[in-house]
Ligand binder design. Structure first.
Ligand SMILES: Cc1cc2nc3c(=O)[nH]c(=O)nc-3n(C[C@H](O)[C@H](O)[C@H](O)COP(=O)(O)OP(=O)(O)OC[C@H]3O[C@@H](n4cnc5c(N)ncnc54)[C@H](O)[C@@H]3O)c2cc1C
Length: 438
């Protein structure tokens, strides 16, 4: 890299947000450099994961012809509520999920991110991997005018920088746009394992007709020891992705080791048969920003925009993150194009980016679920007490003891009363409604 490099725009991070921003700006005619610290785009990335195509289509309308490396279309999805030795399952299967391309696919991030970044290169973006941005360059007024990388003579200049550095948003913090001291109750840690199995075996175990079908299951309750958190099982082509996540605070408070919680979940009697005989192919952990709408970083400053996990754009309740990241990246790219047209890179002008996001599902959804983390904090028994109750109630309901049904219904009601008072239940319902309404 030469001593002084000038581009129209710099993007930091080749995840979904950064690549979407880079493609949008390159398609608009800008000279864009995309910097990624991993050996290649995707090398350091991990998600559950279900990828939603609506956001991808807005960035690359012909994405399907470009043959993205998806695993399986999601043709069945739902929730399992796990008690220590049982599960109540709510699954939804529909012919509507069978359209091609589908609305959602399971995917693995290393191949997907590498493919997505390759599409950016084909659009004219200069992708430089194995390069970490260590600092922001600023002029005397404090305006961002470029970045410093860990390469010798690695300063790069541009009137606009899109920060898409993910959850570990050190540069965003350096600019004072994000807090560096976020309490551990606002960050989750997820552990994931990819377990290899023959495709036919996966299809037999999940009741799938062939590679044209796939399943995405989100799991609550005993999977996270009844603590506020989620777990998941997704079918890939020749593997099962399984994982769980809890707020960092819970790991610390209960002295839990993430790999032990995952091992315990994998050994659950309902889960174990799905994994039997599988070979561990990948194991990793990643943080998820869960601070929500009220504690998001500022999204713009002079010469800079922030997108994706770096700006805490995750809707954990609906396991959505990549689609928020791609949409935000695209909107950051569009705003940068307008800034170039007007030759105005001031924070005032760049705030148009936030307005675009406020008009989209990204900030509308984050705003609606702004109280979710607080709700789970204030009603921890949702994942334990209620899920165990639902399982016990199901056992009574589905068993025939020769007992009159009225008596059975009374016993089920009694099971709830033993665990939570009438007022407690009413309070929890109110809190849940408040959490859902924003
Ligand atoms: C366990 C788990 C399960 C998930 N499941 C789902 C799911 O099913 N569906 C879904 O939509 N979302 C899911 N998510 C969320 C989703 O993964 C994220 O929201 C999404 O990846 C955010 O994209 P991003 O581009 O903002 O950040 P990232 O994907 O984290 O990309 C950031 C990139 O920046 C690079 N980088 C960082 N710092 C620098 C630097 N200083 N210099 C150069 N490069 C840098 C990183 O190497 C990385 O490539 C899940 C997340 C986790 C952890």
């Amino acid at each position: 890299m030469s001593a002084k490099l000038f581009f129209d725009a710099i993007v930091v991070g080749a995840g979904p947000a950064g690549v979407a921003a880079a493609i949008t700006m390159a398609r608009g005619g800008l000279q864009v450099i995309l910097l990624e610290r991993g050996r290649f785009a995707g090398a350091k990335n991990l998600f559950g994961g279900v990828l939603y195509t609506h956001a991808l289509a807005e960035v690359l309308p012909d994405y399907w012809q470009r043959k993205p490396p998806f695993e399986r279309p999601v043709t069945e999805q739902g929730y399992w509520l796990l008690a220590p030795d049982s599960a109540v399952r709510f699954m939804h299967k529909s012919e509507q999920y069978r359209q091609e391309p589908a609305e959602a696919y399971t995917a693995l991030r290393a191949p997907f991110d590498a493919w997505f970044a390759e599409q950016a290169v084909q659009e004219g973006v200069l992708l430089i991997a194995k390069t970490t941005v260590s600092d922001m360059l600023r002029d005397e007024q404090g305006r961002v005018i470029g970045v410093r990388t860990d390469r010798p003579d690695g300063d790069i200049h541009a009137p606009i920088v899109v920060l898409a550095e993910g959850v570990n948003n050190l540069l965003t913090q350096q600019l004072g746009l994000a807090r560096g001291d976020l309490p551990p109750r606002f960050i989750a840690l997820s552990v994931k394992e990819v377990i290899g199995l023959p495709a036919k075996e996966i299809e037999a175990r999940f009741g799938l007709a062939g590679p044209q079908e796939g399943v995405a299951i989100d799991i609550f309750g005993d999977a996270t020891l009844g603590l506020p958190g989620t777990a998941f099982i997704y079918s890939d082509k020749k593997a099962i992705s399984i994982g769980m996540g809890l707020l960092l605070e819970e790991f610390v408070y209960h002295n839990l080791r993430p790999y032990e919680v995952l091992a315990r979940f994998k050994a659950h009697p309902v889960v174990r048969p799905y994994l039997a005989g599988g070979e561990s192919l990948e194991y990793g952990a990643h943080l998820i920003p869960e601070q929500g709408y009220d504690r998001m970083p500022d999204l713009a400053a002079d010469g800079v925009l922030v997108a994706g996990d770096a700006a805490a754009m995750v809707d954990a309740l609906h396991r959505e993150g990549t689609n928020l990241a791609m949409t935000a990246g695209r909107m950051a790219g569009e705003t940068a194009l307008e800034a170039h047209r007007q030759n105005d890179f001031s924070a005032d002008f760049l705030r148009a980016y936030r307005r675009k996001l406020e008009d989209s599902f990204v900030l509308k959804d984050l705003k609606q679920y702004r109280r979710m983390t607080d709700f789970l904090d204030s009603a921890p028994h949702f994942m334990g007490t209620y899920i165990n109750f639902i399982n016990d109630a199901a056992l009574r309901y589905f068993s025939a003891h020769g007992m009159p049904k009225r008596q059975m219904e009374g016993e089920i009601f009694g099971l709830l009363r033993e665990r939570r008072s009438f007022f407690g239940v009413a309070q929890d319902v109110m809190k849940l409604l408040r959490g859902m309404r924003g």
